[in-house]
Every structure is written in structure tokens, then in C-alpha cells.
Design a protein around this ligand. Structure first.
Ligand SMILES: Cc1cc2nc3c(=O)[nH]c(=O)nc-3n(C[C@H](O)[C@H](O)[C@H](O)COP(=O)(O)OP(=O)(O)OC[C@H]3O[C@@H](n4cnc5c(N)ncnc54)[C@H](O)[C@@H]3O)c2cc1C
Length: 321
């Protein structure tokens, strides 16, 4: 998607709350367009990488961020889904990249600093900051901005990951279906990542970075949560935007971030475009996810052994694309 920038951006002051991937992508684009952007994050600069995330994303990320080869730990072409009694292989189209989170965050920081974005690390935002014309809440699944505006919370799941010190450059990631989630194994080149994602009602403050918002049945507030103030917008996990079948949020977050930047500062148009683009995708993704879980448990033999699959938009197709 191409983003057209205003030719002469007035020096409006913008506060981006949250310096994760989506917050930094937006701040980079807006500061490049000439806006005066400040990013607030409660983490130290060197700990931005510590937010739980496998950063396994489709090659579409290159349409947004200039990913260099050194950021890619491994390329993943297949995903084996292990049902109890059968295995199905998805051939990812486009391919997926296991990215190094630290290098990705450093690249985004560099891009921002070059364009004049100001950073305020170790600054936890507890109320809407004053002296800014616009506020963009990119503070993740457990968003404070969302709470300040007294908006509904999305349904939350918990994702946990850990790594084994074992080399594996194979091209297949594996998933194992669990009730309301799945476990995974990702070959990351110099190490192997394992993890799982599923329901959890128990969480301490230190686990908040491991939360994944998952769209419920998509009436507008369930999975797509929008600000109720004209000068405040939400984006990324803060608005509950993750893929209902995997919990992955980076690519969808970047699509919505582009919509925000393109329509900036008209947040009403941004909302309209996000609803038009994602509403059906969430609905269809949710239905397909439930169907695959059901068939995988009760009728595994009706699921084809190999499926060509666009994992960003839950589209399966025949043959090579
Ligand atoms: C275990 C796990 C694995 C995942 N794997 C993948 C994957 O492989 N692929 C994929 O696409 N997605 C994955 N996701 C989802 C992905 O991590 C998110 O969709 C993505 O990080 C969202 O980016 P964001 O910038 O919106 O929010 P975040 O990355 O959560 O960034 C929010 C930032 O806001 C800061 N912040 C929060 N509150 C405040 C506050 N009050 N004041 C100041 N700063 C604040 C935080 O420190 C953080 O840096 C995974 C998630 C989990 C939990």
C-alpha cells in the first residue's frame, strides 16, 4: 500500500505512546513527513527488544520496513500443523522470516533518530500527555491509553516463548493444536524457539508484555477498538488488532499504521478504512480457525495434507503462487 504524505506538514506536536514495532513505524513515517513527533516508552532503550514476540512475519514486512539480510535469522517456507491423529503442511505464500527483534528495533530507532523523532524512555504514561495536538496509543495489548479512555478491552490470551541453544536452519515451523490455542517450534538458525499461546486468566504485572489481544466475534468493539476522542487514535495491539488464528499482529498492525499515516490527522477516515479492510478478514479468519480446530479434532482426514496458504489473510489456494 502506498502512503502519500502531505507536502508541507504543519508543525503539529504528536505524542506516540509505546515504542514497539507499530509505534516506531508510525513515528518514523510521521517525522519523515515533517511532523514533530515524541515517543514515550516505559522500557529502557536497550530493553525494547524484550517484549515477548517471535517476530515470525511474512515477507510483506519488506513493503513497510527496509529489512536487511542481517536482521533475518531464518526463512520459513512451511508450517506443519499437528492434529492429534494427522499432520497438515501449509506452504507459506509469501514465505515467512524469523527476524532478530533486537536488530529490528535498532533499525527502527535509527530511522526515527535520523528523521528527528524525540524519545522519552523509562517514561510510563499514566494519563493523556498535555501540550500535544494528537496522541497515538501504540502501547500494546494491555494499553493504558485504552484504559484512560475507558474503552472496552479485547479478549486476551497469553503467549509464552523460550529458546533452546541448538542450531536449526530447517525451513519448517511446527505447531501443535491445543484447546483455544497452539504450541510452536520455530527453527531460528542459531537456536530453536518453543512457545505456546492459549487462554489464561492468571497473570501478574510482569507478564503483561506476553498478552495477545485476540478479536472476539467482530462486532466493532470486540476486536477493533477505536478511540472515542477526535485527537486520539489507537493502533496495533492497543486496538486489539491481531490475527484471530495465530495471534500474530505485526503485519496487520503495519497495514493499519499505514492507514493512520495516510489519513492523518483525520482519525475518523482512518477508522472507516480500518473497518472496511479488516472487518471481514477478522470474521472469516475466526470462522475458519474454529472450523479447522473442529475438523482437526473430529474429522482430521477431511483436511488436505498440503495446503498453499497466505498466512496474513487466511487464504488457502491450490498449486504454487
Ligand atoms: C509470545 C508472543 C509471540 C508473538 N509472536 C508473533 C509473531 O511471530 N509474529 C507476529 O506478527 N506477531 C507476534 N506476536 C504479536 C506481536 O508481538 C504484536 O502484535 C506486536 O508486538 C504489536 O506491536 P505494538 O507496537 O502494537 O505493541 P508492543 O510491541 O506490545 O509495544 C508496546 C510498547 O508500549 C510500551 N508501553 C506499554 N504501556 C506503556 C505506557 N503506559 N507508557 C509508556 N509505554 C508503554 C511497551 O513497553 C512496549 O514497548 C507475538 C506475541 C507474543 C506475546
Amino acid at each position: 500500500m502506498r502512503v502519500r504524505f502531505p507536502s508541507l506538514a504543519p508543525m503539529k506536536k504528536i505524542a506516540v505512546i509505546g515504542g514497539g514495532v507499530i509505534g516506531q513505524y508510525i513515528s518514523w513515517k510521521l517525522s519523515r513527513a515533517g511532523y514533530n513527533v515524541s515517543v514515550f516508552d516505559y522500557r529502557k532503550k536497550e530493553y525494547l527488544k524484550d517484549k515477548s514476540c517471535s517476530v515470525l512475519v511474512s515477507e510483506r514486512i519488506k513493503d513497510f520496513i527496509p529489512i536487511t539480510d542481517d536482521i533475518i535469522e531464518n526463512t520459513i517456507e512451511f508450517c506443519d500443523i499437528n492434529f492429534n491423529r494427522r499432520k497438515t503442511t501449509l506452504k507459506f505464500s509469501p514465505k515467512h522470516l524469523a527476524l532478530n527483534k533486537e536488530k529490528l528495533m535498532n533499525m527502527l530507532l535509527d530511522l526515527n533518530i535520523k528523521n528527528g523523532t524525540r524519545f522519552f524512555f523509562e517514561t510510563r504514561v499514566k494519563k493523556i500527555p498535555k501540550d500535544f495536538d494528537f496522541i497515538i496509543g501504540c502501547d500494546g495489548a494491555d494499553s493504558t491509553v485504552r484504559k484512560i479512555l475507558k474503552l472496552k478491552n479485547p479478549k486476551m490470551k497469553m503467549g509464552v516463548q523460550w529458546c533452546l541453544n541448538q542450531k536449526d536452519y530447517s525451513k519448517t515451523t511446527e505447531t501443535f493444536l491445543r484447546k483455544n490455542g497452539f504450541a510452536w517450534r520455530i527453527p531460528r538458525g542459531e537456536k530453536i524457539e518453543c512457545g505456546f499461546f492459549g487462554d489464561s486468566d492468571e497473570r501478574g504485572d510482569d507478564m503483561k508484555g506476553a498478552l495477545i489481544p485476540v478479536p472476539g466475534f467482530p462486532f466493532i468493539n470486540a476486536g477493533l477498538i477505536f478511540s472515542n476522542k477526535d485527537n486520539v487514535a489507537l493502533c496495533g495491539d492497543a486496538m486489539g488488532l491481531t490475527k484471530p488464528w495465530s495471534g500474530g499482529g505485526i503485519i496487520w498492525g503495519l497495514y493499519s499504521a499505514d492507514m493512520l499515516v495516510k489519513n492523518f490527522p483525520n482519525f475518523k477516515k482512518y477508522k472507516k478504512e480500518v473497518i472496511g479492510f479488516f472487518w471481514w478478514k477478522i470474521l472469516i479468519g475466526k470462522i475458519l480457525n474454529n472450523l479447522v480446530h473442529f475438523l482437526g479434532v473430529y474429522f482430521p482426514y477431511v483436511i488436505p495434507k498440503k495446503i498453499y496458504y497466505d498466512n496474513d489473510f487466511s487464504v488457502a489456494f491450490r498449486g504454487k503462487k
